[in-house]
Design a protein around this ligand. Structure first.
Ligand code: SAH
Length: 274
């Protein structure tokens, strides 16, 4: 049975609510006079207060809602995507010690030198996918190929707005971690693959949407070949000067057209598996 994240019964076991309950509603630190020196335990208390987005209710759904409001204000247009991001509990996908930062617009370490992408970057890339020809026609992302599963957060968001998702991760422990994170929703429209994403996943091609969370010197030919006519690819790539930019590639019956977007900073795309 397909179960959407928002339909999970019983709330969130990690309890962001419990973590956040040490906080004073509002920005408590601002009401206290500044002192040149603070006792260590007071500094720690202040840090925990400041880490909680201020002025919010203390449950994770409200904190996520605030994150989504920020994304909308920043120009994210797809309502289906915003609804998905208001449902998927990002704090479930990061280590418990980092959960308090899960709804800040920041990337966070997920182990093995890798990071979970910032919410604004996840939203920007998926929003771009929604502007592909097939996605515009269908109102959803169709069949998606994701390269770089990482902790599985973006995979879960994609699963809410796509017909099917194939997600490939080259680092075995991260593949295992994502599988654990995603198992509780039994998302049967998701196939996780431990493999080299530079080769794509030919057995389920073609894909209406291809999205990569790691950037190489060029876009692997397999991704372009496995893109459906009317499909769109969004991926970081190294451009002149050594920096990376987001690339958008649309496939039409006449071929592929590339458009370079804003500068980004992703982990490197590497070949082979570990
Ligand atoms: N979207 C992920 C981001 C993870 S970071 C998340 O939400 O957590 C990018 C990931 O790409 C890393 O886990 C890295 O191991 C993976 N990666 C890099 N090169 C790859 C390749 N050739 N095939 C598959 N995964 C790759």
């Amino acid at each position: 049975m397909t179960r959407r994240p928002g339909n999970r019964p019983g709330g969130f076991p990690l309890g962001l609510d419990r973590l956040a309950s040490t906080a004073t509603p509002g920005n408590g630190a601002a009401r206290e006079p500044l002192r040149p020196q603070r006792l260590l335990h007071q500094a720690a208390q202040d840090a925990s207060r400041l880490a909680v987005p201020s002025g919010l209710g203390l449950d994770s759904a409200k904190v996520r809602q605030r994150m989504v409001q920020r994304l909308r204000a920043d120009g994210v247009r797809s309502e289906a995507l915003l609804a998905a991001m208001s449902q998927v509990p990002r704090h479930h996908f990061v280590d418990t010690a980092l959960a308090i930062q899960a709804y800040e617009d920041t990337s966070l370490p997920i182990g093995h030198g890798q990071t979970i992408s910032k919410p604004s970057v996840v939203a920007r890339m998926i929003d771009l996918l929604f502007e592909g020809a097939n996605a515009r026609r269908d109102g959803q992302l169709g069949q998606v190929l994701e390269i770089g599963t990482g902790c599985g957060y973006q995979t879960a968001v994609l699963a809410c707005v796509a017909r099917h998702v194939v997600s490939i991760e080259r680092v075995r422990p991260l593949f295992d971690k994502a599988r654990t994170h995603l198992a509780e929703w039994r998302l049967n429209q998701v196939r996780l693959v431990h493999g080299d994403g530079m080769l794509g996943h030919g057995s389920r091609a073609p894909y209406d949407s291809v999205i990569a969370a790691a950037g190489g010197d060029d876009l692997p030919q397999a991704w372009l070949d496995q893109l459906a006519v009317g499909g769109r690819l969004v991926a970081p790539m190294v451009v002149g000067g050594g920096g990376q930019a987001l690339m958008v590639v649309d496939r039409t019956s006449g071929g592929w057209s590339r458009h370079q977007q804003e500068a980004v900073h992703f982990v490197p795309l590497k070949s082979g598996v570990i």
